[in-house]
Structure formats: structure tokens, C-alpha cells
Design a protein around this ligand. Structure first.
Ligand code: KG4
Ligand code: ZN
Length: 351
């Protein structure tokens, strides 16, 4: 069973080929105790073509340019995924594509391409929610994560907490009311003229800086809900930048960036802790592009140790947008609903 997955929701063109897990191992045909209870799908290829160079001069993603770039790169990316996997297109049993949320023009490129393939090869096509795909990335490497799972998704477009009580059941507990955490990092980096994407630049330039040097407080929504708000933090950071004359060459830049990164990480983990108190999960998952950040990963692991919970973060390549995570959801969905056929009416949703 082979799935070809396509992801074009924002500024990465990605295609992956996954082989479904060998369920024979689950049925107990291997020596007792020697097999994992839930075998993971095998990632045969996961090609990710970044558009960072295209958008860097603008300090953020330009939607029109993103769609045009996907149009140029979608066919070679899918071709490369097939070639690296060592399979032929006519061997693919299932197609999967990100349906949303994301930039509508970008989504439509991947969706139309996937529809064309599924139509021509007469194979089923599944539309996948991008946020569910991020949450499933962890299961590709650790398929036996114990439910209920509390998931914190932190990316450039989204910051949200989910309760996953059983496979494929994602309950939204809280989300950002304004900026996403990655967006706040990207905007501060842009304001300081440090480049795009901002998260990795802030991490690099803030290394060795004193994270307590600048006074930031963890923001809380007035109703104490599990929703996030990063716009106040961003405005506070801009004020400190002006007051202290922080700029690219300033000797206090590293301290400022480390302090800002620290408060973003602490805010995220603070909310996760409040959610864990409410829903009492068995495991914790951190995912999305910002989950690549070392400081955030450290704070996450510290919290998990304090709470006595198993904690999982995907390897860096599976944190940022990629098609393997889309294939992961598709294989689970297909296993639960066999007999799926191609829905040629499948539509994209931006939000
Ligand atoms: O998940 P992703 O690839 O795309 C969205 O779905 O948004 O996440 C992109 C975000 C960007 O905001 C980027 O600045 C951030 O992830 N990011 C990081 C790091 N690497 C990527 N943020 C902090 N530290 C990093 N090392
Ligand atoms: Zn994403």
C-alpha cells in the first residue's frame, strides 16, 4: 500500500511517498515482545523545496509569488519524490493532498495537481487538514504514543492546543486570537532587518544572549481561557526596541533576542501546563515549524519531566511543512475507512 502525498499550503512545495505499516507485525506474527505494537509507516521519500529565497527580500510570504512558485516546482518535486522512493506512479494506491488551511492560491496548485493524478490513475484521493498533519508528524517516528495526547502546534500561521483522545479525533482547546507565535518571531526579525524566516535567525543571533536581560511578562487573555495572544508581546517588544535603540549591530541585540525567544517559549509552555491540568493527558506532543527551536524544546522537556508525562517532538525536518505528515494522516484515515473513492469535488479551504 503506497500513498503519494502533496503539501503546498504556504511557501514549501513538498511531495512524499509512504508505505503503509506492515500490519502483520501488529497481528502478532513476529516473535513475542520483539515487535512494536503499532508499526510506523515507512517514509520512502519526503522532498521539500523551500521558497525562502523568493520571499526573503519582502520579509514575509508574498501569496501571489508563492502560488506562481508552486506552479513551477510542483511537477519536478513530485517526480523527485517518486524517483527517490524507487516506485512508479502507476504503483501508487492512494493520493493525499493538503486541503487547508493555508494560502488559497498555493493550496489550489497542490489540490489540482493531486486531483489530476488521482483522476488519471483512477485511485482514491483524500483531502487533509494541514493542522492535523502537523499533529500527526510525531506519530511517524513514535507510532505508539499513548492517548489521550495533548498537542501544542506552533507554526508561522497557527498556534493552538489540541486534545487527541483517540486516533484522528482532534479537539481544539485553544488558539491564538491574533498573531501566531512564529508570526511574532518573523515580524520582530523583519522589523530589525534580520531576514526571513525570523524564527531561525532569532535563534542563531540570540544564542549566548542573557534571556533575563529584558523585562517581558507572560501574556494572559483576560478570561483566563486557553487561547493565546501574541500581539501585546509583539507591541511590547517593538517599544523596547525603540527605547533601547536595538538594531542589527547593537551589542545588546543577542540579549534582546534571547529574552524575546524565552518569553515566547514560556508563554507557550505556560498555556500547555494549564491545558494539561484541565485534561490530564497521558502524553505531550510539540509540533509545527517553531518546534524546531532549541529553547522551546528545552522548556517543553522540562515541563514534561515536572509533570511526569511522556513527551514527543518530531525531528526538525518533520516539524516544518512537509508532505510526509500529510501522508501519515491519509494512511490512518484510509485504514479506518477502506473503500474510499476519489472526490473530484474536493475543494480547498483557506481558513
Ligand atoms: O510549520 P511551518 O513550516 O509553516 C506554517 O505552517 O506556518 O512553520 C514556519 C514557522 C516560521 O514562523 C518560522 O520562523 C518558524 O516556523 N521556525 C522557527 C524555527 N524554524 C522555523 N522558529 C523558531 N526557531 C526555529 N529554529
Ligand atoms: Zn505548517
Amino acid at each position: 500500500m503506497l500513498v503519494l502525498a502533496i503539501e503546498t499550503s504556504c511557501d514549501e512545495t513538498s511531495a512524499a511517498v509512504l508505505r503503509a505499516p506492515d500490519m502483520a507485525t501488529k497481528a502478532g506474527t513476529c516473535p513475542s515482545g520483539a515487535c512494536p505494537p503499532d508499526p510506523a509507516p515507512h517514509i520512502l521519500s519526503n522532498i521539500v523545496l523551500s521558497q525562502d529565497e523568493v520571499h526573503a527580500p519582502y520579509g514575509g510570504v508574498v501569496p501571489e509569488l508563492a502560488s506562481r512558485q508552486h506552479i513551477k516546482t510542483i511537477a519536478p518535486t513530485v517526480g523527485e519524490a517518486i524517483a527517490r522512493a524507487g516506485v512508479r506512479l502507476d504503483e501508487i494506491d492512494l493520493y493525499a493532498v493538503t486541503q487547508g488551511p493555508g494560502l488559497i492560491g498555493s493550496l489550489l496548485v497542490g489540490l489540482s495537481f493531486a486531483k489530476g493524478l488521482a483522476y488519471f490513475h483512477k485511485k482514491p484521493l483524500i483531502g487533509i487538514d494541514h493542522l492535523h498533519a502537523h499533529l500527526e508528524a510525531c506519530f511517524l517516528e513514535d507510532p505508539a504514543i499513548a492517548y489521550p495526547v495533548l498537542g501544542l502546534l506552533v507554526s508561522g500561521g497557527h498556534t493552538a492546543l489540541y486534545l487527541i483522545e483517540e486516533p484522528l479525533s482532534y479537539k481544539l482547546l485553544g488558539k491564538t486570537r491574533d498573531d501566531a507565535a512564529g508570526e511574532a518571531l518573523d515580524k520582530i526579525a523583519k522589523f530589525l532587518g534580520l531576514g526571513y524566516p525570523g524564527g531561525p535567525v532569532i535563534e542563531k543571533l540570540g544564542k549566548g544572549g542573557d534571556a533575563k536581560a529584558f523585562p517581558f511578562a507572560v501574556p494572559r487573555t483576560k478570561d483566563r481561557s486557553l487561547d493565546f495572544s501574541f500581539s501585546g508581546l509583539k507591541t511590547g517588544a517593538l517599544k523596547l526596541i525603540r527605547e533601547n535603540g536595538i538594531m542589527a549591530e547593537n551589542p545588546r541585540l543577542a540579549d534582546f533576542l534571547a529574552s524575546f525567544e524565552e518569553i515566547v517559549a514560556r508563554t507557550l509552555i505556560d498555556h500547555m501546563q494549564a491545558a494539561a491540568d484541565q485534561v490530564q493527558p497521558k502524553s505531550l506532543v510539540l509540533c509545527g515549524g517553531v518546534a524546531r527551536n532549541t529553547r522551546l524544546r528545552t522548556r517543553f522537556q522540562e515541563f514534561a519531566r515536572r509533570a511526569g508525562l511522556d513527551a514527543y517532538v518530531p525531528s526538525p525536518k518533520l516539524c516544518t511543512d512537509n508532505a510526509a505528515m500529510v501522508g501519515a494522516v491519509a494512511l490512518k484515515r484510509f485504514a479506518l475507512t477502506p473503500g474510499l473513492t476519489t472526490d473530484l469535488d474536493l475543494d480547498a479551504f483557506a481558513r
